[in-house]
Unconditional design. Structure first.
Length: 443
């Protein structure tokens, strides 16, 4: 009898400990200009890891052992926030992300959704947080342009493969998304499904899972470039506020974000950026930083001082905007090419390391000075992925995911698992930032 009592006591104790461990992860919250977890100030170093659900799928394109290795390496090096694709559409574009989460006929890809389940469950075990991207302004995952094509029954505008079409043509077409009610209905139906989904591994409903930090309206949503800026911005802001409120009604414990690039993504107007983030259901501000794409830096004629100068200016004006809004801000995309814009994993990363160090120092200084920058996500983690073609361009059938969308050279902005110097500086900075964050709570 005593033995049974002892066994029962041990079993109860073990179960209690197990349940305590299982419930340790807390939701990320916002208090004024800070993120908090369990009442303590939270800052993070994160990565864009858009293909996480694809690796998590139990399919020929999935690779769960690789995903586990990637998450372990990321966590080991202080990376605790991952921005991931949680929606993609069956695509008519020439360089499509395939298979999609959502098919043209309105059905969903359960195998890929289970891959997302697996990713979130593994992230939760490691106390990592996900930003769930629900749409895309750009073509590489289907996105808004594909929605427009579905509803209007028009061909997609595809400048990645059709040189007679321009990106301005593309943006005019994709911008129609906000005014197509049928497109919004399909989009919201998908949102409702995924926000209320039950994870097949953890058995948690997505809207009750602390591993999800934020639901993001889209990757780099922009108001339409076609027409009166004020009028198009009103349409865009109405879409932001309405969609954010819709998500909040189903997921009140989790944050909602826009995915905006900042003023670069709001018709080059800081005032428009302010409006896009001023709604009560948008919990924090986002901005992106692309020195090469925005012509601040040229690999063939490097001018790092110019890149740094423009980075600081863009950085400072967006942190000031967040302070005005009394919300935290995240630099959720920044990337930098390898030296000479090479793509090979064994090519040097001297310039990249210098720029990453500079940006990470901006986060450190913000934490030291009680600034509004809550975290950053570099673009992006390529890990074990490698370009499979001699020219490093993606071809149909390639499944070794890197950080680069298929329309870009595989390796253009990827941090590989062998990029020792870059990983070391990220690890060092992440530790310093966590220590600074801890000390800020003691003041």
């Amino acid at each position: 009898m005593k033995i049974r009592v002892i066994k029962s006591t041990l079993l109860i104790t073990f179960c209690s400990l197990f349940l305590t461990c299982q419930s340790q992860q807390e939701f990320v919250k916002v208090k004024d200009t800070n993120f908090t977890i369990d009442g303590k100030t939270h800052h993070f170093v994160g990565a864009n890891f858009w293909f996480g659900a694809y690796l998590g799928a139990d399919t020929d394109y999935g690779n769960r052992p690789r995903l586990i290795r990637e998450l372990d390496q990321l966590k080991k090096n202080g990376i605790t926030n991952l921005r991931v694709v949680a929606a993609s559409e069956e695509s008519d574009y020439g360089l499509p992300l395939s298979p999609p989460f959502q098919y043209k006929n309105g059905t969903y890809n359960e195998k890929l959704l289970e891959g997302l389940d697996f990713l979130l469950d593994e992230m939760g075990k490691r106390d990592m947080h996900a930003v769930m991207v629900l749409n895309n302004n750009w073509d590489w995952s289907g996105g808004m342009g594909q929605y427009v094509s579905w509803i209007n029954k028009t061909p997609v505008i595809d400048p990645s493969v059709n040189k007679n079409e321009t990106w301005n043509d593309y943006l005019k077409e994709a911008g129609k998304f906000y005014e197509l009610q049928e497109a919004q209905d399909i989009y919201r139906k998908y949102i409702k499904m995924i926000v209320n989904r039950t994870n097949t591994f953890s058995k948690k409903m997505y809207n009750n899972d602390p591993a999800i930090m934020s639901w993001q309206l889209a990757n780099e949503p922009r108001p339409s470039v076609d027409g009166d800026p004020e009028g198009k911005m009103k349409i865009f802001t109405k879409w932001v506020d309405g969609t954010a409120a819709y998500i909040k009604s189903m997921a009140p414990k989790q944050l909602v974000s826009t995915g905006s690039e900042g003023s670069q993504g709001t018709l080059n107007s800081l005032e428009f950026t302010y409006r896009a983030h001023s709604g009560k259901n948008i919990d924090y501000v986002t901005f992106h930083m692309w020195p090469k794409n925005w012509a601040w830096y040229k690999a063939e004629a490097p001018d790092m001082e110019n890149a740094k100068k423009k980075t600081v200016a863009y950085f400072d004006e967006h942190l000031a905007l967040a302070k005005k809004l009394n919300k935290p801000i995240v630099m959720e995309e920044f990337g930098f090419v390898r030296d000479g814009e090479k793509f090979s994993p064994d090519s040097p990363t001297t310039a990249r390391d210098e720029y990453y160090t500079f940006v990470l120092d901006l986060l450190k200084n913000s934490v030291k000075n009680n600034g509004t920058l809550g975290g950053l996500n570099f673009w992006g983690w390529g890990g074990e992925g490698r370009g499979q073609q001699k020219d490093y361009m993606w071809k149909k059938g390639d499944i070794s995911f890197t950080a680069d969308p298929y329309s870009e050279a595989q390796g253009l902005n990827s941090i590989y698992n062998t990029d020792k110097s870059t990983i070391e500086l990220i690890n060092k900075s992440a530790k310093e930032i966590q220590e600074l964050s801890r000390k800020s709570d003691q003041k």
